[in-house]
Design a protein around this ligand. Structure first.
Ligand code: NAD
Ligand code: DAU
Length: 331
């Protein structure tokens, strides 16, 4: 199989490429990535001799057309992904996430190539703190932020291209990922690298907001299951029953790194901050016999902390600038 992976130099995409090379040697992988601030050649260094990396933009229609024509399937991870950045500067989110997905859809339509579109649970908006309510594939789209609005727009384009043009497409909406190679602007790696670099962790507001954590390897094993067995036109919700409020996650990180439970700062809250996300993954588990493997958050965080401890060459050069950026926003 010739597989085109957009956004393969980012966090989830790089982990996907690593596991694909490791576990599926018959798959020939081409990565298309614009190497934005969030993408890194270094994240693909361990597999650089096993894949082809094309530096380019998903909105570049001739380039996308050529690469799709050479492929049997596309996994579309490429996107602008950070909510705080979208609040500050939404234009690039519209371009990469909406126009970029449009370019992919038009190319797969022209060449009859199958696509799997990667999306997020944030398209469903947020939930009350009532554990009985979770997102399912029937939950209406109701995005809150400029980021999630662009992802919802992309999801709608995919649905329309399936219905109107018969494009062979599957979609998945996943909860919050964590693991190695995650950009240090994001919550978990930001706090780990704050501690490792002698800074205090930063919690938005009171930390009552709930996220549903899944290890990136579990997200990617579900994507492969959908690629192999998913039904075109279907949307699969990926989650691992990992709900925790932010304060609890931060305190777990502090404990695992030998710090006091109150050794952090409360900072300015995010505008429009979604309260709670929670995925009901039962449809995916039942239909495609998928199950997550990394369901022990303490163990998953411990290995993630170890990865950041051992790989400061990867994140160290970014740290000063990322924190300076946050400081400008009082975060
Ligand atoms: P990331 O920000 O770490 O990586 C995004 C990658 O896309 C980077 O390599 C970047 O260079 C590339 N990219 C951005 N714009 C591009 C463009 N115009 N053309 C080509 N490449 C471009 O993101 P991530 O966390 O790995 O997320 C990957 C996908 O998964 C996204 O679609 C995101 O919406 C989705 N998702 C993420 C999470 C999460 O918790 N991180 C959860 C659910 C879904
Ligand atoms: O739910 C899936 C989504 O998860 C993905 O679609 C997004 O691409 C991904 O970035 C992530 O979005 P969140 O906004 O949930 O993740 P983030 O890591 O930015 O923040 C997680 C929570 O932690 C959120 O409630 C805000 C809070 N937070 C974040 C940072 C960076 C803090 O309290 N302090 C921080 O320093």
């Amino acid at each position: 199989m010739r597989l085109l992976v957009t956004g393969g130099a980012g966090f989830i995409g790089a982990n996907f490429v690593h596991s694909t090379v490791r576990e599926r040697p018959a798959v020939s992988v081409t990565v298309l990535d614009a190497l934005t601030y969030a993408g890194s050649r270094e994240s693909l260094r361990p597999v650089e001799n096993d894949i082809r990396l094309v530096e380019g933009d998903v909105t570049d229609e001739p380039l996308v057309d050529r690469l799709v024509a050479e492929s049997d399937a596309v996994v579309h991870f490429a996107a602008e992904t950070h909510v705080d950045n979208a609040l500050a500067d939404p234009a690039v989110f519209v371009r990469s996430n909406v126009v970029g997905t449009f370019a992919i859809l038009e190319a797969v339509r022209r060449h009859g190539v199958r696509v799997h579109h990667i999306s997020t649970d944030e398209v469903y908006g947020d939930l009350p703190l009532d554990p009985a309510v979770r997102f399912t594939a029937a939950t209406p789209l109701n995005p809150s932020s400029p980021y999630s609005a662009t992802k919802a727009a992309a999801d709608l384009l995919v649905r329309a291209w399936v219905r109107s043009y018969g494009v062979a497409a599957t979609m998945s909406n996943c909860s919050n990922n964590y693991g190695p190679y995650q950009h240090i602007e994001k919550f978990i790696p930001r706090q780990i690298t704050n501690i490792l670099s002698g800074r205090r962790p930063k919690l938005y507001g009171a930390g009552a907001n709930v996220r549903d954590w899944i290890h990136v390897e579990d997200h990617n094993s579900a994507v492969w299951r959908i690629l192999e067995n998913g039904v075109s036109g279907s949307t699969y919700l990926i989650g691992a029953d990992g709900e925790r409020d932010n304060l609890s996650v931060l305190r777990l990180i502090l404990a695992l790194m030998g710090h006091d439970a109150d050794d952090f700062d409360h900072v300015v809250d995010r505008s429009g901050h979604d309260l709670r996300y929670a995925i009901d993954p039962s449809a995916l588990c039942a239909e495609l016999q998928w199950a997550p493997k990394h369901t022990d958050l303490t163990a998953g965080l411990s290995s993630t902390i170890e990865w950041y401890r051992e790989n400061d060459w990867w994140w160290g050069p970014l740290k000063e600038q990322v924190e300076a950026h946050y400081a400008e926003r009082g975060q």
